[in-house]
Each structure stands twice: as C-alpha cells, then as structure tokens.
Ligand binder design. Structure first.
Ligand code: IPM
Ligand code: MN
Length: 348
C-alpha cells in the first residue's frame, strides 16, 4: 500500500513523523507492506515556488492508496490561499465527500467538562465535505461603498446530502446504539434544512433498524457539553460540522487527540489531525502527536487493516490515559517520546 505523506506547515511535519513511526510499528507487527510518498505541499513551498497544488501533485495524490496529512497554514501567506487552494481543493478534486470525525473520551483523560466520563462521550460526526457554505458561492456588491453587500450562499444538492446521510446510516448500523442525529437549523434556514430533513427521512425509511433523532445546531452545542451521551452518529452539513467538531475535540480532551478522515468511499481518502499548524510550538518537541497517530489508525481502518487499526487505536487510548494532560507542552513527555510509547505498544 502506498501512502502519500504531507507534513505541511508548522508542527504538521513533526506529528506526521510520529504517525509514520507508529505505522511502521504496525506494519512490522501485522506484516503490512507500506510504502511512503513524501510530498512537499504547504506554505513554505508556496513562498519558495509560488505553487500551491500543481496538476502533477494531484496526479500523485490520485495514484496512492491513502494520504496522511499534517496541517497547512503559514503566517506569511494570506488566509484562504492554502485553505482553499490546497486542503479544500484536495477534498474536492479527490471527491472526499465525507469528513469523518470520531469523538471519544478515553479512560484516564480529563475532559474540561469535569462531569463527563468515557461512557458519556462516544460518537462520530459525519460532516458533509463537499458543499454548503464551503461551495464558494456568492458575491460582493457595491464593494467599498456604504451600500456594500456580501452574499455567501449555502449550496445543498439532493445527491450530495443523500450520499452523506446514507453513509451516516450505514455507520450507525454497525455501531451498538443504532442512532443517527441530524443536526441542522430547520426552524430558520428552511430551504437548506428543509431539503436535508426530507432526504434524511427518505433514507431513514430504508433503515428500520436505525433510529433517527433531530437537534438544532444551537441545542446540539449545549448538549455536547451538558449531555453528550445522547449522541451516537451525528450527520450535519459542512459548516455546522466544522464548528461542532472543534467543540467535540474540546470535550474529548482537546485538539491534541482529535483525528479526522476525508473519505471517498470509492477512492483515495485523506487522514489528518483536526487541529492546525500550532506555529507557536513548531520545533519545540511539545506538540501532541496523538491526533495524527489516531488519523493513521483511521487510515488503516479505511484500507481494511482492521486488526492493525484496532491495535493503534488501543495504544493511543492507553497512552492518552497515561499522560497528565493532552495539551501541547503539558504532556510531561516530548512529541517523539509520546510517539515511541505508542509505537512500542503497537509493536507488542
Ligand atoms: C478543518 C479546518 C478546515 C475547514 C480549514 C483549515 C479550511 O478548520 O479541517 O476543520 O474549515 O474545514
Ligand atoms: Mn475546522
């Protein structure tokens, strides 16, 4: 299996190196044949060459079995250039239409919501990853005048909603609680969420064994803090999914442990820690690599290497529970020592 490795900017390369270390341990233990294709993408390359993502880059990304991605973003590059030109472009070009974000509180990890324990926090957010407010549709009128108007449209197509909701129901079918919660805003954003609701009801009718619940996005935020146990699989649009998964990361102990996958179920998927480049920690050895290692576990699972994926996830859980804190600089261990610990557990 060939894996493209994109360290990117800031602490991205450091955490990805630890994830690769753990993949190697898993490969050794479970007899996997993994080859890596390192790729130089991100702000540093852009500043050096003016290139964000070339056709040759895309061709290479399309040719591998999966992508391990660190983070992108650079203080000297204008906001949006890399986000839209690189990360969102890869998601779109490779048709990674699902953004999958598990939210679990591991035993021994303290949530900032003190009342929460592992039994309360075990859900997966299925975020629509191709459209909504991220479609880039809109315009500015009367720019620079007192009458200026900025219009940013949310694009919602029946087919994109349906493939996303179906994915959520399939996922819920394989989980013990068999529950999908649609998170939206049907009471105000009636065009978009009216369609989401109709499509979700149609899909739900084909899954009698899965229950369907609904929560408005604002209430869902409250419940994520006060009563997250009511969620199993959440399905929502791109923007709401972006926001609630950061809140989800907070209740599971922070961005240091939050992993995600950009999934094309029939193509090349890309796995990443959902936190950013953490430029303040670059090169200090203080960043937590567990989110990137968790992303590697998701990568193995998507490639069908279930046993190896489970071993990596169990090791991440064990190491997470053994650290005094999951926050950068508060782990009591360096980045690479955390990676070593996971790798040695995986290696058996
Ligand atoms: C994420 C990030 C991205 C997003 C940014 C970097 C474009 O916040 O993966 O959640 O908004 O999707
Ligand atoms: Mn985000």
């Amino acid at each position: 299996m060939r894996i493209a490795v994109v360290g990117g900017d800031g602490t991205g390369p450091e955490v990805v190196a630890e994830a690769q270390k753990v993949l190697e341990a898993a490969a050794h233990r479970f007899g996997l044949d993994l080859g890596y294709v390192p790729m130089d993408l991100g702000g540093s390359r852009y500043l050096r060459t003016g290139e964000v993502l070339t056709d040759a880059d895309l061709e290479q990304l399309r040719s591998v079995d999966a992508i391990l991605f660190g983070a992108i973003g650079h203080p000297e590059v204008a906001p949006g250039v890399l986000e839209r030109g690189l990360l969102l472009r890869i998601r779109g070009e490779l048709d990674q239409y699902i953004n999958l974000r598990p939210i679990r509180l591991y035993p021994g990890v303290a949530s900032p919501v003190a009342a929460l324990g592992p039994e309360d926090v075990d859900m997966v957010v299925v975020r629509e990853n191709s459209e909504g407010l991220y479609a880039g549709s809109g315009r500015t009128e009367a720019r620079g005048t007192p009458n200026e108007v900025a219009i940013q449209e949310s694009v919602n197509t029946r087919s994109a909603i349906e493939r996303c909701v179906r994915y959520a129901f399939e996922l819920a079918k394989g989980r013990p609680r068999h529950l999908v919660t649609l998170v939206g805003k049907t009471n105000v954003l009636t065009y978009a969420w009216g369609l989401w609701e109709r499509v979700t009801d149609d899909v739900a009718a084909k899954y009698p064994e899965v229950s369907l619940d609904y929560a408005h996005i604002d209430a869902a935020c409250l419940w994520l803090v006060e009563d997250p146990g009511r969620f199993d699989v959440i399905v929502t649009d791109n923007m709401f999914g972006d926001i609630i998964t950061d809140l989800g990361a907070a209740i599971q102990g922070g961005l240091g442990i939050a992993s995600g996958g950009n999934i094309n179920p029939h193509g090349v998927s890309m796995f990443e820690p959902i936190g950013g480049t953490a430029p303040g920690f670059e090169g200090t050895g203080k960043i937590n690599p567990l989110a990137a290692i968790g992303a590697a576990a998701m990568l193995l699972a998507e490639l069908g290497e279930t046993e190896a994926a489970d071993a990596v996830e169990r090791a991440v859980a064990e190491v997470a529970g053994s650290l005094p804190s999951l926050r950068a600089g508060e782990m009591g261990l360096t980045t690479s020592a955390v990676g070593d610990r996971v790798a040695s557990l995986v290696g058996g």
